[in-house]
Design a protein around this ligand. Sequence first.
Ligand code: GMT
Length: 376
Amino acid sequence: MKIGIVCYPTFGGSGVVATELGMALADNGHEVHFITYNQPVRLDFLSHKLHFHQVLIEEYPLFQYQPYELALSTRMVDVVERYQLEVLHVHYAIPHAYAAYMAKQMLLEKGIKIKVVTTLHGTDITLVGSHPTYKAAVEFSINNSDVVTAVSNNLKETTNQLFKIDKAIQVVYNFIDIKKYDRAQDEECKRGALAKSNERILTHISNFRPVKRVEDVVRVFYEVQKEIPSKLLLIGEGPDRVLAEKLTKKLGIKNKVFFLGNSTEIDKILCYTDVFLLPSKTESFGLAALEAMAAKTPVISTNTGGLPEVNIHGETGFLSNLGDVKDMAMNAISILKDDVVLEQFKQRAKEHTKKFSLQNILPVYEDIYKSCYKSK
Ligand code: GMT
């Protein structure tokens, strides 16, 4: 099939999922066209099956805000027509689903039919999409997509609570290429560069937005390091990084915390990790937690949003109430203090990721595209 993928090309989970999906589809013989404003960060190769079409914005002084949706839908029309695409799969509703609807209408005028699949990722519904500024447009573009998917049951329920949705939302879990993480584990893991042999390593990866509660990460670690010799790795960039840095100074643990910035080698970093921390305010799925588990890392997280569908309490890690730093620290210590317990959690975390393997989820998306094609 010929599939167009529209996403944010950044380190955010929706862009990562879209990019991994596109690469896997191309590997399976489909022709995939990414339509984004930059080459997606995880798109590490292009081929005759994998294309990238940049959305360029004309700066014009009249506009306080450049009309990105117009440029995006125009580019979609152009690429669909030129490469005879059959499906447009847009990740993150805002503004992609809306732009795809416009592209679909413009193409119809030309006698070209295209199907639109919209995947809801989380903040496009919970934090941004339901805001009165966008709500009507988001609701309209969800209802006018041919197929709508959500990355967890919780996100599906939340979408139906927040919007008047008149079509069935299909849950398709996020997925992971487990083999990639196995390869990183097999290679030499240069853990010694970051911690002494008796120290445990805790890691957090995110975009450092307020929803991630990075200060809670630091506070949990503060409690843990009192009992267990350990180091904290913080991966990613974002507005709350400064707050986290300040807090490490205030708590006197600056020399035990490493801020490593954004990375395209998450699999390699995770191979050092003993416990992954994700104390988010909400998380529709928690792709970072799944990536950690694929690298045999138990997860200490909140019990919000879709996290209980990914992290199983007492099995792959632990879930705590939002903000309950003491409970999260106690749970982390209970895993980290004993080699045997740690190994059991590691094994179970890894085992659980099979449910979310690329092999299981890719055919679900392929069936969705096929169903669109049949109903053309
Ligand atoms: O986590 C973020 O803030 C980024 C955001 C995105 O869309 O890139 O992540 C959302 O989508 C991910 C992929 O489906 C999910 O794993 C994240 O849980 C979700 N984030 C939130 O719901 C806060």
